[in-house]
Design a protein around this ligand. Structure first.
Ligand code: NDP
Length: 328
């Protein structure tokens, strides 16, 4: 027994507070695998947790951080032994279960996946929850039977984490990718990831018509709200849009027109509780299909001590691509 360093969110009468401090091993929550965390990342949901902007943290004290990679220190789970390299995303870690922004984590072995062959622990977290969600979205479009031959694909929130990986994955698979962004300065960045066209997000963020010109066959939407409504209204007949995010808002002010007049499908993506077989398939495909040089181009690094100040930055849309948090 001992202590380890981590970020801790507490809640008192004055509201939520965040501190980098020692945490006692004995206060770790129940779980059959203890992991020495080597890397974590910064996702939009981490921004919500760190700032308390929305009630994603439902237990106090809480160690935030929704994903990690690391090395198993101790295990009572049949699939894992000390020394194994593992990855975790989702399952309420950093929300209801003590999370990733610390040197140690104790979780259920059933939540883990082995570090996919071909990826380092750092690359796995460069992908992180955001990249894994982009792959789940891509898989949903594939399962719908969509191919690049049917027309372009739009990605919204393209300069963010989910968006950057989605652009890279779709472009590598041969899609003509239209990257929607609010950042003028990121056109070269997005083209470097494989985007064929850049669309000013202002074109999509205001209320539009129930149906518009058919511009794309597929979409990955990290933004929600009127943006998703406009994406649906401009999707070609029998196309589909994977909805995974809410960066603009949780609302969806749409009509049934795209669904009943064009046969458009809205595919929901929830990365948190994805069952193991699909989870492992997504990671295997990420290791195989995501170009690692492209991944490196969208990734920056911070030390664990620095992550506490980045919550407001990601919520304000000022973080480009993916951010790896170096822990150990
Ligand atoms: P990021 O902050 O990295 O990316 C979000 C991007 O959305 C921004 O970079 C920006 O892109 C765009 N954006 C931000 N604010 C607005 C706005 N007001 N209007 C329109 N566009 C906006 O976050 P992540 O990539 O980590 O997550 C993206 C979304 O996906 C989040 O809502 C997150 O909660 C959700 N998510 C859902 C998961 C699931 O299981 N369903 C899993 C992971 C993430 P640009 O500057 O290019 O316009």
């Amino acid at each position: 027994m001992g202590t380890f360093k981590g970020w801790v969110i507490d809640k008192g009468e004055a509201g939520q507070s965040l501190a980098f401090r020692d945490f006692d091993d004995a206060d770790l929550m129940e779980g059959d695998v203890t992991v020495r965390v080597t890397h974590s990342t910064l996702n939009y949901k981490d921004g919500l947790a760190l700032t308390g902007t929305s009630p994603v943290v439902r237990r106090f004290p809480m160690i935030p951080g929704i994903d990690f990679s690391g090395i198993v220190e101790a295990s009572d789970h049949p699939d894992y032994k000390p020394g194994d390299a593992v990855v975790l995303t989702g399952w309420g870690v950093g929300e209801t279960h003590l999370g990733a922004y610390a040197e140690r984590a104790r979780v259920k072995g059933d939540w883990l996946v082995p570090l996919p062959e071909g990826l380092t622990a750092e690359q796995a977290m460069a992908i992180g929850t955001a990249g894994y969600t982009a792959m789940l979205s891509r898989m949903a479009l594939d399962a719908h039977g969509l191919t690049p031959a049917q027309g372009p694909a739009i990605v919204t929130g393209a300069s963010g984490g989910v968006g950057s990986v989605a652009v890279a994955l779709l472009a590598r698979a041969g899609w003509h990718v239209i990257a929607s962004t609010g950042r003028d300065g990121e056109a070269d960045y997005l083209k470097g990831l494989g985007a064929a066209e850049i669309l000013d997000r202002a074109e999509l963020s205001k209320p539009g018509k129930p149906l518009g010109k058919e511009r794309w066959a597929a979409g990955i939407d990290a933004v929600g709200s009127t943006t998703l409504a406009n994406v649906l209204a401009q999707t070609r007949s029998d196309g589909a849009v994977a909805a995974c995010g809410l960066a603009q808002g949780m609302d969806l002010p749409t009509s049934v027109a795209p669904f009943i007049l064009r046969g458009v499908s809205l595919l929901g993506i929830n990365s948190v509780t994805t069952p193991q077989p699909k989870r492992r398939e997504a990671w295997t495909r990420l290791a195989r299909e995501l170009d690692l040089d492209t991944l490196a181009r969208m990734t920056s690094r911070v030390r664990l001590e620095e992550v506490g100040r980045l919550g407001p930055e990601i919520l304000a849309g000022r973080i480009r691509g993916r951010t790896v948090v170096e822990v150990g």
